[in-house]
Design a binder for this molecule. Structure first.
Ligand SMILES: C[S@@+](CC[C@H](N)C(=O)[O-])C[C@H]1O[C@@H](n2cnc3c(N)ncnc32)[C@H](O)[C@@H]1O
Length: 242
């Protein structure tokens, strides 16, 4: 099975901004989500965005005055982010997000890991490691904000087929296969080429992560955390370092 990075390169990175409704709509949604959090982010605050993608949150954060370190494994998405970030204080870093601390020269005011990035980690223990690293990387009272999908319910039969997005040029569907701790996501992308359709299929694994487990991990590493509904049906956890 392809790695997460290979899967993004093969299927998702080229269509990611389309998949989430287009760049402008996604940046507006990211801005609204950040404003809704009402975090105290003074001008010049250092913020890390882990698995930043094309910058759905990194760009609005930088436009609000933060210095953003955006970490992602996808060259293509980071290229898109760099173009969108022209004139803004955003440092793009191509690396595994688990190594994010080595790219911060000072304590951060906030760390974001949004849009279901957390479930892309290979092992459940990586989540605890990331929480521990976030606790080390944040200044006192700093915030760690996470949003991710809860795949703990085993969907049955036709509910395992998820239509992600479709228009006259493209259709993206995914089919879920459940394992004990993980779910295999099979993405099927149809793209119109002239009067025919090209089909591209690739699969990758995601963690079946319950919000309660992530809350427990955050609390054990010194955060106080609240859980709330996030964007696009995701769970969101807002944690503050005590
Ligand atoms: C579902 S997307 C979310 C992107 C963005 N945060 C958003 O809300 O639109 C997940 C992102 O995480 C990146 N990613 C997944 N695993 C990663 C890892 N271990 N290290 C760095 N980036 C990773 C992918 O390349 C992708 O851009």
């Amino acid at each position: 099975m392809p790695s997460v990075a290979e899967h993004y390169e093969r299927v998702l990175s080229p269509v990611y901004s389309w998949m989430v409704g287009g760049v402008e709509a996604a940046l507006a949604a990211g801005k609204a989500e950040i404003e809704g959090l009402a975090l105290d982010l003074p001008a010049g605050a250092l913020v890390a965005d882990l698995g930043a993608g094309f910058g759905m949150h990194a760009i609005p954060l930088a436009r609000a005055g933060a210095r953003v370190v955006a970490v992602d494994s996808s060259t293509q998405l980071l290229g898109e982010l760099s173009r969108l970030a022209a004139g803004l204080t955003v440092t793009t870093v191509q690396d595994d997000l688990l190594s994010f601390r080595s790219h911060l020269q000072e304590k951060a005011t906030a760390i974001f890991c949004m849009g279901d990035t957390l479930t892309h980690l290979p092992e459940h223990t990586n989540v605890d490691f990331l929480v521990q690293e976030a606790a080390e990387a944040l200044a006192p009272d700093g915030h760690f904000v996470l949003s991710f999908r809860d795949y703990t319910e085993t969907l049955q039969d036709v509910r395992r087929f998820i239509p992600v997005r479709g228009d006259e040029r493209r259709i993206l569907m995914c089919f879920l296969e459940y394992e004990e701790d993980t779910v295999v996501v099979n993405d099927v992308l149809h793209e119109r080429r002239g009067d025919a359709w090209d089909t591209n299929v690739s699969s990758y694994r995601k963690l079946r992560l319950s919000p309660e487990r992530v809350m427990g991990s955050l609390e054990s590493f010194g955060f106080e955390a609240r859980q709330e509904p996030g964007a696009r049906g995701m769970a969101r956890i807002v944690a503050r370092l005590r």
